[in-house]
Design a protein around this ligand. Structure first.
Ligand code: ADP
Ligand code: MG
Length: 475
């Protein structure tokens, strides 16, 4: 074996996730989830954020609901017409957010957002009489850190993604938005603050029913594997010990027994009790602004897979194992020297390249990194890619199995089948990601029997439909 081959084999071995590790991971996930449900004070527990969403759709819901989504760069408005038979129609508009509004005043930003909702409603829907009853209900996906104490309120903790509007920090975002909508006489009520993971769960629950065994309540988990990773599931209110007693009392008076919990599993095992921690993981973490946090996400999601490979390639170059035509680091192609330049989409192309002497990979690396390679190097890079993606997909099984075991999902009926809604480019487009995740699920405590009873399906238009479905709960 050449020195290069030996080094690649060593990494493949180091990156392999054993059955024992998977099962330890599941046990730890359950422990940290319980701690997070009990209290927010335990910084090592999972966040387990109560969402105040209590209704999982069955697919029979009808009506027109609006959704608005303020992400990093665009403000999207959509309307979802639920037909009551698991299908829906979706109309949407996308509006770039003017850069100056990202650091102006709260009033300027939200007056702009309200005006976009107004023009959407005018364009796509007959004007409604503006009495309270006939207003459109809107679910608002606001992808910044907020604390919620009810479905339709949330206090902004801090800005991220380049936004900086100090006067909104500490304010209830929903009432600021509603204030501007009212000022412009837009017939819209913001009834829910939504989250993309919760939306994925609700959207899949509404659409499922066509799958084997699909009936009300069978969609148990919404999971995202995209830039980041996260998941949500309905938990018994009695188990969410950190909910204030008066909240529990009033929910129970209404007959509510469950609430969707946003796990924020990206921060699972920040203390690295079970997660693998290669020197490449350490190097990737050091490049991030939230060092030591989101450790699970940094091994699993799309933002990081390419960077892990880039770290390995640079290490191999330094050891003289590859790319020997470049005498020093400084002489390497610029893109290979630059953090985050290697996109996980490139890995997805190399993963399944079966062309002779990996010609497709050769082209991909030339186009994306301006990097010429030999066949031996490409074979090594492909094996490294497969080690990274396999580790990610295996680790991805841990929170899924953790929730299935914790909720006793399979024991709640004879021949019980469970549906999981997923969203995100990695789970949707990375070749083999879902299959590898299933292989790992069979190795966890749910066993192959549980794995066979699990349906993993893409939640179509998860964020838009999901936010609209959150509005169902808003009375
Ligand atoms: P977001 O998470 O912002 O909602 P996506 O779900 O599209 O968006 O995820 C984007 C992430 O997925 C990026 O990190 C990107 O590198 C990665 N990605 C995009 N396409 C692919 C692909 N074909 N295979 C693997 N990863 C991909
Ligand atoms: Mg997304």
């Amino acid at each position: 074996m050449t020195e290069l081959k030996a080094a690649v084999a060593e990494i493949a071995e180091q990156f392999a996730v054993s059955q024992e590790k998977l099962q330890q991971g599941v046990d730890l996930f359950i422990e940290l989830a319980d701690r997070g449900l009990a209290s927010d004070e335990d910084v090592h527990g999972l966040p387990m954020i109560p969402t105040y969403v209590n209704t999982i759709p069955t697919g029979s819901e009808r009506g027109i609901y609006l959704a608005a989504d303020l992400g990093g760069t665009n403000f999207r408005v959509c309307s979802v017409t639920l037909a009551g038979d698991h299908t829906f129609k979706l109309v949407q508009s996308k509006n770039p957010i003017p850069v100056d509004l990202m650091s102006g005043s709260g009033e300027e930003l939200f007056s702009y957002l309200a005006s976009k909702v107004a023009s959407f409603v005018t364009e796509h829907h007959e004007a409604k009489e503006t009495d309270e009853k006939s207003k459109f209900k809107l679910g608002f996906t606001f992808s910044f850190p907020v604390t919620q104490s009810s479905l339709n309120s949330g206090t902004l903790l801090r800005w991220t993604k380049g936004f900086d509007i100090p006067d909104l920090v500490g304010k209830d975002i929903v009432s600021v938005f509603q204030g501007q909508l009212d000022k412009q006489n837009v017939p819209v009520d913001v009834v829910a603050l939504a989250n993309d993971t919760v939306g994925t769960l609700l959207s899949r629950a509404y659409s499922s029913g066509a799958v084997a065994g699909g009936k009300q309540g069978d969609t148990l988990i919404g999971a995202i594997f995209g830039t980041g990773t996260n998941g949500a599931y309905p938990e018994d209110i009695d188990n969410i010990k950190k909910l204030p007693a008066d909240v529990v009392k009033s929910l129970k008076a209404k007959g509510v027994t469950q609430m969707v919990v946003n796990t924020e599993w990206g921060s699972f095992d920040n203390k690295l009790q079970v997660l693998p921690n290669s020197k490449y993981d350490v190097a990737v973490d050091a490049l991030t602004s939230n060092k030591g946090y989101h450790m699970f996400e940094k091994r699993v999601s799309g933002m990081f897979l390419g960077e892990i490979l880039r770290q390995i390639l640079i290490d191999f170059h330094q050891k003289g194992l590859i790319l020997r035509q470049y005498p020093t680091f400084d002489k390497l192609p610029h893109r290979l020297r630059t953090p985050w330049e290697l996109d996980s989409e490139v890995l997805s192309l190399m993963e399944i390249d079966d062309s002779s002497s990996l010609k497709a990979t050769e082209l991909t690396l030339k186009q994306n990194l301006r990097l010429p390679t030999t066949e031996e190097e490409r074979l090594a890079i492909q094996d490294l890619t497969r080690a990274i993606s396999k580790r990610a997909a295996y680790l991805a099984a841990i929170p899924l199995a953790g929730i299935l075991v914790k909720t006793g999902a399979f024991e709640k009926g004879v021949h019980k089948e469970i549906d999981v809604g997923v969203d995100g480019s990695v789970v949707e487009f990375y070749p083999g990601f879902r299959a590898m995740m299933r292989d790992a699920l069979a190795l966890t405590q749910i066993g192959d029997k549980g794995e066979r009873r699990l349906h993993i399906n893409i939640a179509k238009d998860g964020s838009g439909v999901g936010a609209a479905l959150c509005a169902l709960d808003g009375a």
